[in-house]
Structures are given as structure tokens and as C-alpha cells.
Design a protein around this ligand. Structure first.
Ligand code: 6U4
Ligand code: NA
Ligand code: NA
Length: 168
């Protein structure tokens, strides 16, 4: 039997195709670039949790933050199924800054040969969770997505996943 635990995953994006990722400095997924987020605490909504984690980890206040996806992660040998709600932050107050947990960095969401690509590095998939490959194209195309990924130990990169357009 498994238990479902709610998490949030939040990506600030700009109208001119920049995305802010955070390098996780400690704990689960340390060293990897990811969105901002964490566990939903008792008594708060998933949306409130997403906003709180973004403030704690990047020091910005989301003012426009639609949900765009939902992914369930299963880890072999763990009874906990992570139920991750993904949001895109389109407007916020202040600017992302380094916190105890995360170092924020900006990347281009467009291919580098695209005429309007900002002069920033491309999204560093090699330094991200391996499943991000499966669903980021939906995120970048502004399509909503739902999916499930199974991580098999010991090789954490040995993932099997399935993503599709869908309602959340
Ligand atoms: P505490 O205990 O407060 O330090 P908390 O910040 O609540 O932890 P954390 O950082 O462990 O939670 O949350 C995990 C974060 O990692 C969530 O934002 C979801 C994200 N995440 C987990 N597995 C992922 C995966 N396979 N791919 C991905 N993000 C993942 O892109
Ligand atoms: Na976190
Ligand atoms: Na937390």
C-alpha cells in the first residue's frame, strides 16, 4: 500500500522566454537544478504551499501563478507516492535571490539559434531530475500535463515515465 503526499514545484518565467531555476543546496535532490517547492503542510492549500516555498527558497512573492501540471513520482522501496503540483509563475514581486536552500539562475527557454532567444544558457537537463526531459516540452509549449514516473533503485536515472496532455 502506498500513501500519496502533496508537493509543489514552481518555475518563474518571463514574457521574453527566460526561466529561473534553482540549484538545490542541500537535502533531497541537492546539486540539481529544479523548480522551487516542497511539501504541502497541514492547514494550507497546495497553492498557498507553492507561494510559501517560493518565498522561502527564492525570496519572491508570486502574484500570477497558474497551475500547469501534475506529476506523480514513485520510488521503488518507498511507500510514499509524491504528488507534485507544477505551477508557472508569470508575475511576481522582488527578484529571485540566493537563500539557504537554493541558488537561482536564469536560462533561455528557446533554442539558442532562435532569433529572439535571450543570451542565456540553455536549460541544463543534464543537471536536472532525469524525468524533466519527459514533461518539460509540455511546460515550454504552455500545455498542461499529467503523468507518472517510476524511479527504480539503485540507478536513480533509470526512470520509466509517461506524460500526456491532460486535465489536472
Ligand atoms: P524540507 O523538509 O522542508 O527541507 P521541503 O522543502 O518541504 O523539505 P523538498 O525540498 O524535499 O521539500 O521537496 C522536494 C521538491 O523536489 C519538490 O519541489 C518536488 C521536487 N521534486 C521531487 N522529485 C522530483 C523529480 N523527480 N523531478 C522534479 N522535481 C522533483 O522535477
Ligand atoms: Na524545498
Ligand atoms: Na518545506
Amino acid at each position: 500500500t502506498s500513501s500519496l503526499k502533496q508537493y509543489t514545484l514552481v518555475f518563474p518565467v518571463t514574457a521574453d522566454s527566460k526561466i529561473c531555476l534553482g540549484m538545490k543546496k542541500r537535502g533531497f535532490g541537492a546539486g540539481r537544478y529544479n523548480g522551487f517547492g516542497g511539501k504541502v503542510e497541514p492547514g494550507e492549500t497546495v497553492f498557498e504551499a507553492a507561494k510559501r516555498e517560493l518565498l522561502e527558497e527564492a525570496n519572491i512573492v508570486a502574484t500570477k501563478m497558474p497551475q500547469c501540471g501534475r506529476i506523480r513520482f514513485a520510488f521503488e522501496n518507498s511507500p510514499v507516492l509524491m504528488d507534485v503540483y507544477v505551477y508557472r509563475v508569470e508575475e511576481w514581486e522582488r527578484e529571485p535571490e540566493e537563500t539557504e536552500e537554493m541558488l537561482p539562475k536564469w536560462y533561455s527557454m528557446l533554442p539558442s539559434d532562435h532569433p529572439s532567444s535571450p543570451s542565456l544558457p540553455a536549460i541544463p537537463f543534464d543537471n536536472m531530475w532525469p524525468d524533466d526531459d519527459l514533461w518539460f516540452r509540455f511546460f515550454l509549449a504552455k500545455k498542461s500535463f499529467v503523468g507518472r514516473v517510476d524511479f527504480n533503485k539503485p540507478a536513480e536515472s533509470d526512470t520509466e515515465g509517461k506524460m500526456e496532455d491532460g486535465s489536472m
